[in-house]
Design a protein around this ligand. Structure first.
Ligand code: PLP
Length: 459
């Protein structure tokens, strides 16, 4: 057997950590829709965002530059786990008896166990440089909360995390990890903020949602001068920071001597998906590549496949600016599926635009099929995947089976955005046969969509 027939990991040297983040905006067929002030309905300016974010990040949010240099201090921290490996899933391919070649980029090797530190470290760095003392944030699965807690520990910042109530109880050890890194963590909705109190008054046993936790974290930062807010997904600068993933993957696929026919990622807010996919989207737009790019979400929270493309709030209570995105309505509280990081009512504006333009396709799966795929992956490749990432695995397996059916050698690349070592409660439930598939929550979504804010789109 030739060595090239058995290579399983494609590794890069530390010196090959990207020096720049890739900005997809200049490559888009048309400019992104402006972000609007919720009070005036007019496009917001940097001053509107200054109470929440440092100027450097506000600049990145609206940047038209093709690339943005990664500060040395951030690259230096990236060295702790980057470049991440690209694997060829040879054992999964054999189990599926498919002619497809399956590759995955594994972001679970980061200290917090997912892609989230790629932006957490950058955000902590810029906030520290701006003289901020404390960062506030939300977390769904606990991956983002632990990533930001880790980054704050490295840069000497305090950190307050509002953790979605359902996950707070499903994943007690994510909570412990956040505290171990020195941050404080509260179940959301909490009584610490007016936003939380308002939700609790209506629904005392609310499971919480990312939208509610964002309201709490934004309110906390906006009411304290020495605090800023940090978001783990959705915003342009967050997606930008994640593009180290796709840039490395482009190089690694080249080393493997292949180019993907299909690129797949799961979507909560869209950051890991964008991180892997945007550099490939760029090549599709600039070089006319025919790569199919697939975004995968849960059927219980199907913002890209069933949502409306409209202006909406990023949070539940309505504290954030209005962004144009695929949304299920900011008041929609998704069922308590185990992929807590995917329980968000909207999707990143840049990703939403690409879906609306037909450059990226979207699909949705119920959770039992997702866990079935996760277990097949664990039993062949060995890694226990995060439930969020397992949505991408489900889609990958289905692509590989379709390739078998068609007798086609399809090259598939997906993002394994994190490990599932803190998700054993979910795996126990699946193995015991007690995991519930929620029907598409059509009535709740229809109701939430009637409450979209009225917006007169500026000319
Ligand atoms: C492992 C993992 N993958 C994916 C996601 C979804 O977030 P995003 O769409 O921003 O990548 C999360 C969110 O918490 C996560 O923890």
């Amino acid at each position: 057997m030739a060595a090239s027939d058995t290579v399983t990991k494609f590794l890069l040297d530390e010196s090959e950590i990207p020096t720049h983040w890739y900005n997809v905006v200049p490559d888009l067929p048309h400019p992104p829709a402006p972000v609007l002030h919720p009070g005036t309905g007019q496009p917001i300016g940097p001053a509107d965002l200054a109470p929440l974010f440092p100027m450097a990040l506000i600049g990145q949010e609206v940047s038209q530059d093709k690339t943005i240099q990664i500060p040395d201090e951030v690259r230096d921290v990236y060295r702790l786990w980057r470049p991440t490996p690209l694997f060829r899933a040879r054992r999964l391919e054999r189990a599926l008896d498919t002619p497809a070649h399956i590759y995955y980029k594994y972001e679970g090797v980061s200290p917090a166990g997912s892609h989230k530190p790629n932006t957490a470290v950058a955000q902590a760095y810029y906030n520290k440089a701006d003289g901020v003392r404390r960062l506030t944030t939300e977390t769904g699965a606990g991956q983002w909360g632990s990533a930001l807690a880790f980054a704050c520990a490295l840069f000497g910042l305090e950190c307050t995390v509002y953790m979605v109530n359902a996950s707070y109880h499903q994943k007690p050890y994510r909570r412990s990890m956040i505290e171990l890194y020195g941050a404080e963590v509260f179940p959301s909705p909490s009584t610490r903020t007016q936003s939380g109190q308002k939700v609790l008054a209506d629904v005392p046993d609310s499971p919480g949602s990312l939208g509610i936790a964002i309201s709490e974290a934004v309110e906390d930062a906006a009411t304290h001068d020495d605090a800023h807010y940090s978001l783990g997904s959705v915003l342009n600068h967050v997606l930008l920071h994640q593009t180290v993933i796709g840039q490395e993957a482009l190089k690694q696929m080249e080393r493997a001597g292949e180019y993907p026919d299909v690129v797949i990622g799961c979507v909560g807010g869209g950051s890991n998906f964008a991180g892997l996919a945007f550099p490939f989207v760029g090549e599709k737009l600039r070089q006319g590549k025919t790569t199919r790019i697939l975004a995968v979400e849960p059927e219980a929270c199907p913002s890209l496949t069933k949502g409306t493309y409209a202006y909406d709030f990023g949070d539940t209570v309505g504290l954030t600016p209005l962004v144009k995105m695929h949304t299920l309505g900011h008041g929609f509280v998704p069922p308590a599926i185990h992929a807590g990081g995917l329980r968000y009512h909207g999707a990143a504006p840049l990703l939403s635009q690409l879906v609306d333009d037909g450059i990226v396709s979207a699909m949705a799966y119920p959770q039992n099929g997702v866990f079935e795929a996760a277990i097949q992956f664990a039993r062949t490749e060995g890694i226990v995947p995060a439930p969020e990432s397992s949505h991408a695995i489900r889609a990958t397996i289905d692509e590989a089976l379709a390739a078998r059916q068609a007798g086609e050698r399809r090259v598939i690349l997906f993002n394994l955005s994190g490990h599932g070592h803190f998700d054993m409660g979910a795996y126990d439930a699946y193995l015991a046969g007690s995991l519930q598939d929620y029907a598409y929550p059509s009535a709740a979504i229809q109701k939430a969509l009637t409450e979209l804010p009225p917006v007169a789109v500026p000319a």
